[in-house]
Design a protein around this ligand. Structure first.
Ligand code: FPP
Length: 231
């Protein structure tokens, strides 16, 4: 994959976008409407984050465990990924570069359908000239699988891999450690997201569901870093 050059300045924020289903249920709507609102909110959050001191925004778009959801829901979520990766005009307007992490498409266990693969490749290519924030979408992603793969990659040449070597074999080696991890919807869990990248991250848990996670909440999460500078 092409290197990220120049590397963005600014902090790394990661989001576990939880609660789309609950947002919909509370309104008497189908779960799919919650995901639609979630994708729209992500577009808002990207716009907002790009205006703040955020160099990296990494979002959990679809996990390796999410494939067991009802087929119609999965199909809808896939279409939303296509929609997100197709927002080229606004990503370019905000100087945002797209990246993806997940099980490499050519691995036997990988499940990313070819239409999503195509959308990912196209979004990466169409935003490659930007110089601002890197938006990384984790799709068909599981952190333990990422770590196991990285360790095995390094072990092909060594017997005892170092931290630096494992980092350099992760899905996106240039990704720096996460400064702030946000999880919405009242769940206080990490759910196999970026385990290697969060050794010293601040964690912001909020009761808000993802579609209701607005700019004010995002700024409240960022304030956690002002009050607790990393040592
Ligand atoms: C969590 O809500 C959401 C998901 C697992 C689906 C992925 C996220 C989105 C569709 C938001 C937009 C993002 C992209 C990248 C298109 P949930 O269904 O687990 O909610 P619940 O816990 O309330 O049921």
């Amino acid at each position: 994959m092409a290197v990220i050059d120049p590397l963005p300045s600014g902090i790394h924020v990661a989001c576990i976008m939880d609660g789309n289903g609950r947002w919909a249920r509370r309104r008497g709507l189908p779960r799919t409407d919650g995901h639609t609102a979630g994708e729209e909110n992500l577009a808002e959050v990207v716009r907002h984050a790009a205006k703040r001191n955020v160099g990296w925004l990494t979002v959990f778009g679809f996990s390796t465990e999410n494939w067991i959801r009802p087929r119609a829901e999965v199909r809808h979520i896939l279409s939303l990924h296509k929609k997100l990766f197709g927002r080229i005009e606004e990503l370019n307007a905000n100087n945002v570069r797209v990246r993806w992490i997940g099980r490499p498409f050519d691995e036997p266990e990988a499940k990313t359908p070819s239409v999503v693969q195509k959308a990912i490749r196209q979004a990466i290519e169409d935003t490659a000239h930007n110089t601002g924030m890197v938006l990384t979408v984790a799709f068909d992603y599981g952190s333990r699988a990422e770590i196991v793969r990285a360790v095995n990659t390094v072990r092909r040449s060594h017997t005892s891999p170092s931290v630096e070597e494992i980092s350099s074999a992760t899905y996106l080696p240039q990704m720096p450690p996460v400064d702030l991890l946000i999880r919405t919807s009242g769940e206080s869990r990490i759910s196999n997201f970026l385990l290697w990248q969060i050794p010293s991250a601040r964690i912001f848990f909020t009761e808000r569901t993802w579609p209701d996670f607005d700019a004010t909440e995002f700024d409240a999460a960022l304030a956690l870093l002002d009050t607790n500078p990393r040592t």
